[in-house]
Write a protein that binds this ligand. Structure first.
Ligand code: NAP
Length: 357
């Protein structure tokens, strides 16, 4: 497909950590072309290269020269909008774009738990995208908001999805070790995080405790019936650049043996609609046998950041089983997850464009 045929997309919050990840992932994307970048009044009017403190690798040359726009649907006209906005701005701006007929793929917390807003990891619950029709009817807009979850909730939900599908989760204890890039840019001051662990991340634990049940829930008509398991979360910030690690202890309705639990993870491929999409990894989950894996340093790039690594499945003396999951927070847990959602919407014809299969 030529550059002109690709679907023009805008990135809101393009200057931040997640916004930059969108730009890296969309560079050379076969279906999407970054046509517009937008951010706050601090950045609007500047060249993207001048407004942005670029974090990783080389900035794509065609984006570097774009003028940063204000996040105004009158100025930003692309039909598909990837939002990496701060939650303080997303609450007002994302609905304004949906009202203007745009497909908004959001990373912010604001609308995730609204009953008519899909909260999606496509391999886990692509079917929840059917909520878009109900959302359009209820809100009277021709666009839509589709969200992806908190980055730690995404990693944990993916790792537990095959176990929940086969054995039914009853309760989950989750202790996270979350990377500093999860705090955006410039994020946590170095004197606070170097040689340190911060046992608190504002508003993180409630998100982890409620978002997984929606994603692992069932769509019945136009409603998601959340899964009924209960979650206890401890969220910690650690001196890791990228990659959230989560220790999970789980109790089940039907307790699997260790080999059954490991086999469930190894055999899982997720929803068929995702297979073969440009951003889909070969394996959404990789179970590792080494006793000291997964580790962010070694495993965070698996599947170009889209594979969640799982290991250390063993019996749990309090609940039934325990394991460790790790995934890339700004790729699988944010921008890459949004791009994959958009690819599913192209494939299913909800987003019109030449990439439809
Ligand atoms: P960040 O680095 O702080 O970037 C925030 C972006 O929002 C910047 O582009 C900023 O533009 C823009 N912005 C702030 N206030 C604005 C306003 N009033 N109007 C328009 N734009 C405004 O944050 P981030 O880590 O990329 O996170 C972005 C979103 O993704 C947040 O909602 C976050 O919770 C979510 N998220 C992050 C991660 C992660 O791992 N980092 C994972 C999942 C979800 P300026 O540069 O002009 O200020």
């Amino acid at each position: 497909m030529s550059a002109a045929e690709r679907i023009p997309v805008a990135i809101l919050g393009a200057t931040g950590a997640v916004g930059q990840t969108f730009i890296r992932l969309l560079d050379g994307h076969p279906w999407f072309r970054v046509a517009e970048v937008a951010a706050s009044d601090r950045s609007a009017g500047k060249r993207y290269a001048d407004a942005t403190r670029w974090i990783e690798g080389d900035m794509p040359a065609d984006v570097a020269t774009l003028a940063v726009k204000a996040c105004d649907p009158g100025q930003v006209t692309s039909p598909v909008v990837f939002s990496a906005l701060d939650a303080a701005a997303a609450g007002e701006l994302e609905p304004a774009f949906a009202r203007a007929g745009r497909m908004v793929l959001s990373n912010a917390k604001n609308f995730r738990m609204e009953p008519d807003v899909p909260l999606v990891i496509p391999e886990v619950n692509a079917g929840h995208l059917d909520l878009i029709a109900a959302q359009r009817a209820a809100r009277g807009w021709s666009g839509a908001i589709v969200t992806n979850a908190n980055c730690a909730a995404t990693v944990a939900a993916m790792a537990m999805a095959p176990l929940h599908e086969r054995f039914g989760l009853r309760s989950v204890f989750a202790a996270t070790m979350q990377a500093i890039s999860g705090a955006g840019y410039p994020g946590v001051p170095s004197l606070d995080i170097l040689g340190n662990v911060i046992p608190y991340i504002g508003e993180e634990e409630p998100k982890i405790e409620r978002e997984m049940q929606k994603m692992l829930g069932r769509l019945v008509g136009t409603t998601v019936e959340p899964a009924s398991f209960v979650v206890s979360a401890h969220a910690n910030r650690v001196a890791v650049e990228n990659g959230h690690t989560i220790c999970l202890s789980m109790a089940f309705e039907t307790t699997p043996t260790l080999p059954e639990a490991i086999a469930a993870i190894r055999e899982w491929r997720g929803a068929p609609v995702v297979r073969g999409l440009p951003s889909a990894p070969d394996l959404p989950l990789r179970y590792r046998d080494e006793p000291d894996r997964p580790q962010p340093r070694r495993d965070v790039g698996d599947g170009r950041g889209m594979t969640v690594s799982v290991g250390r499945m063993r019996e749990d003396p309090i609940l039934h089983l325990r394991m460790v999951a790790m995934g890339h927070n700004t790729i699988r847990g944010a921008a890459g997850g949004s791009v994959l959602n958009a690819e599913v919407l192209v494939k299913s014809g909800v987003i019109a464009g030449g990439g439809r299969r």
